[in-house]
Design a protein around this ligand. Structure first.
Ligand code: I85
Length: 318
């Protein structure tokens, strides 16, 4: 039910560009009446954009998902656009906030609390049979730069419904000739999100990614193999003081076999996440490592983007 009145009657669009999404550009805008700032995502109206908006709108009520305020369907220079007005996340990206902390101020307990927030968003999606499929650092934003800011997930450009047509799965209806792939190929889409959760948690705990290409290319053949075979470790000294339960949780999320990988219910029930307030306040070196790796951070983002693209293709073919 997008509005067909002109967005510009209600909002003034600023030329402050907040970022580029998969399907469109994000700029700041201001409500003419309330003078409140919002983020505006401009999408060319097509099937992909309709799916993004529809899925995002469905889950917009979750506390840890960026809320949609309004959607307009306007035509600009003869092109139909979908204009998505969202709450303005003024706290910036997750890893920028961790990097800006004073040295030694970021502890394992804070890391657990952050993971709890991200898991709440993924649990909200997966329990509604929606997979995000693009969970990565630049899609995790804070509401404000205050200490009590809330972390939220954004960009539903690759989100997908994962309903397994379980009507066929109940024994009385599954005709013997139904091919296995008809019974729910989508079951692996959710495990994409769990793998991403594992990578994000690994970086939160130490400030560098578990997988990286060592020859400067965005994705070296070696890196793809290391991801498929789960070749990563917890190198000292950065990981020396990190709890075993945190390491075990990461192992469960980075399991190379998607069918053996933890489900979101397993993750949020895990003690380290469920009782994040009881996690030891061990200082982590994340902020320092993020600062040291600041110049190569765009490559880390690029590698994660490519790994996700490969995984989406692979899982769609399973
Ligand atoms: O980005 C900001 N506010 C924001 C941004 C978004 C947002 C939506 C999407 C994105 N951002 C990205 C940008 C490129 C990286 N991926 C995410 C692509 N896809 C989206 O769907 C939503 C709501 N408020 C912001 C606003 C004011 C100040 C600041 C800063 F803190 F940087 F000063 C940031």
């Amino acid at each position: 039910q997008p509005k067909t009145s002109a967005l510009v009657d209600d909002y003034e669009i600023s030329d402050t560009v907040l970022g580029l999404g998969i399907n469109g550009k994000v700029v700041q805008c201001t409500n003419r009446r309330t003078k409140q700032n919002y983020a505006l995502k401009v999408l060319l109206d097509n099937e992909k954009a309709r799916r993004e908006v529809d899925l995002h709108w469905r889950v917009s009520g979750c506390k840890h998902i960026v809320n949609i305020i309004d959607v307009y369907e306007n035509t600009y220079s003869g092109r139909k656009c979908l204009l998505v007005v969202m709450e303005c996340m003024e706290g910036g990206e997750l890893f920028q906030r961790i990097q800006d902390k004073a040295d030694g101020a970021f502890t394992e307990r804070e890391a657990a609390q952050i993971m709890h927030e991200i898991c709440a968003a993924i649990d909200y999606l997966h329990s509604r049979d929606i997979a995000h499929r693009d969970l990565k650092p630049e899609n995790l934003l804070y509401t404000t730069s205050q200490p009590n800011a809330i972390l939220k997930l954004t960009d539903f450009g690759f989100a997908k419904e994962t309903f397994t047509n379980d009507t066929l799965q109940t024994p009385c209806y599954t005709p013997y000739y139904v091919a296995p792939e008809v019974l729910g190929p989508e079951k692996y889409d959710k495990s994409c999100d769990i793998w991403s959760l594992g990578v994000v948690m690994y970086i939160i705990m130490c400030g560098f990614p578990p997988f990286y290409s060592n020859n400067g290319l965005a994705i070296s053949p070696g890196m793809k193999k290391r991801i498929r075979t789960g070749q990563y470790d917890f190198p000292d000294p950065e990981w020396t003081n990190v709890s075993q339960s945190a390491k075990d949780l990461i192992k469960g999320m980075l399991n190379v076999d998607p069918s053996k990988r933890l489900r979101i219910q397993d993750v949020i029930r895990n003690k380290w996440i469920a009782q994040y307030n009881a996690v030891p306040q061990t200082p982590l070196c994340t902020g320092r490592m993020l600062k040291e790796g600041e110049e190569t951070w765009p490559e880390v983002q690029e590698e994660m983007t490519r790994s996700l693209a490969t995984m989406r293709v692979d899982y769609d073919q399973m």
